[in-house]
Design a protein around this ligand. Structure first.
Ligand code: A2P
Length: 269
């Protein structure tokens, strides 16, 4: 869209290098979490697991924040999963969006949580906390993930039980989906809480160190020979989970240097 175009919902011009897309659905999970979907520009390409910069057309110079695309690369819409930060420069307004509103999206996707950044392996572990599940929501809906790995284990740790709903719904939808279902037989979800009673409790770092996650799943402990990891969560979670994987002998990789695990930060205000 040319710079001079004025968005229908505001009086502000759409900045250069930005798509103006329409909200197609919004679902609130808790007072801290919601999901929204927007139209996908025909020319927009990305790899499952990547993120883009999202903003609102509510100012001359809109605030943009990085959001992992939660939908897979084949989907005709784009899905995002967001926290609501009280007073957050973007999420304070973003949490109020409705179907038909406009969301701005910078044109260039990027990210390291992509299948290409990992060496082939038997088992892929996706470690997430909170909204850090978003890139994995994309990757578990991409058949390529299952072409590369026999088993895919998504771990999701949240403070409270209600925050686990998005991940649980997602995994059951994937298993029932006509396209992914037949590929996704090897997918397992391991959900834990840290601040509310639940059958499985604890930080994933502690559960790996104690071996409880492996016992619960009936799997051997992680080794560089068979296991690969992807991590997405808060800065502290990334640091500690990275150290835990390194203690099992895994090595951090990147797009241009694939190895046995990769890291991305979850993007919040
Ligand atoms: P905890 O409740 O013990 O802090 P947040 O909403 O703060 O990002 O936290 C989401 C989840 O991630 C919580 O269950 C939290 O546990 C957990 N968590 C926070 N910091 C770490 C960390 N350094 N390593 C592993 N898990 C963490």
């Amino acid at each position: 869209m040319p710079v001079s175009d004025i968005d229908a919902n505001t009086q502000f011009p759409v900045p250069a290098g930005v798509f103006a897309e329409t909200v197609t659905s919004v679902e609130h999970y808790t007072d801290r979490l919601f999901k929204f979907r927007i139209t996908r520009p025909a020319s927009f390409r990305f790899r499952s697991g990547e993120f883009v910069m999202i903003g609102l057309p509510n100012a001359e110079k809109p605030v943009f924040r990085a959001y992992s695309i939660a939908s897979p690369s084949w989907d005709e819409e784009l899905e995002f999963y967001s926290i609501k930060v009280p007073g957050g420069p973007l999420t304070e307004h973003l949490q109020k969006i409705k179907v038909g509103d406009t969301v701005l999206m910078r044109k260039k996707p990027t990210g390291t949580l992509v299948n290409d950044a990992l060496l082939p392996g038997k088992r892929l572990w996706m470690f997430s906390t909170g909204t850090g599940i978003a890139p994995f929501a994309s990757l578990i809906r991409d058949p390529e993930t299952y072409e590369k790995f026999d088993e895919v284990i998504l771990t999701h740790t949240c403070r409270e039980v209600g925050e686990l709903t998005y991940g649980k719904e997602l995994v059951s939808q994937v298993k029932d989906d006509p396209l992914c279902g037949e590929f996704a037989q090897g997918l397992r979800l391991y959900s834990t809480t840290t601040r509310e009673d639940y059958p499985f409790m604890g930080r994933i770092t502690d559960l790996m160190k104690s071996g409880k996650v492996f016992e619960d799943l009936g799997l051997p402990p992680i080794t560089p020979e068979t296991d690969r990891g992807m991590i997405c969560g808060s800065m502290e979670m990334l640091r500690d989970t990275k150290a835990t994987l390194e203690s099992f002998g895994l090595v951090e990789g990147a797009n241009n240097r694939p190895d046995t695990f990769v890291v991305e930060r979850a993007f919040v205000d």
